[in-house]
Design a protein around this ligand. Structure first.
Ligand code: FES
Length: 142
């Protein structure tokens, strides 16, 4: 009987089923992959709303992003500043309604959606939902 129990204990130890193995399993279940954690967005203050005149754009570097802040009749929109086609800076482009024309090759994007309006651009530009808090334009960045 004692020999059978010793065999069982030995087998448990060898297969990780003994007390040490149980502790290892407990520790394993406590670990959490970073992929299990929900993405935390960072609130980024970009500029004062009054710094962007209606129908214009302002280039802002903040919170690890470089973006173009657009004022369309008092509503604020934010896109990446870099054109997806090349070295153009969208904040230096030409605003026409809700369209921004890149200053480099005249490709166009919809400021509100980032969709391409006119070639040579083929890839939409990233947009960020923007809001004004206490006179400051704010976005959330992943
Ligand atoms: S760099 Fe913007 S259209 Fe070419």
């Amino acid at each position: 009987m004692a020999a059978r129990r010793a065999d069982a204990d030995l087998r448990a130890i060898l297969t990780g089923g003994g007390p040490a193995g149980q502790e290892k399993r407990k520790n394993r279940t406590r670990k959490k992959s970073i992929r299990d954690c929900p993405a935390v967005a960072n609130r980024v203050e970009l500029c004062k709303a009054e710094d962007v005149a209606p129908g214009t754009a302002l280039r802002v570097e903040a919170g690890g992003v470089t973006v173009a802040v657009f004022n369309l009749d008092g509503e604020f929109y934010v896109t990446d500043d870099a054109c997806t086609h090349g070295p153009g800076s969208l904040s230096e482009g030409f605003v026409d309604g809700d369209v921004i024309e890149c200053n480099f090759h005249n490709g166009q994007f919809n400021i509100k959606t980032g969709e391409v309006v006119s070639p040579p651009c083929m890839i939409p530009v990233r947009t960020y939902p923007a809001r004004v808090e206490g006179g400051t334009v704010v976005i959330e960045v992943d």
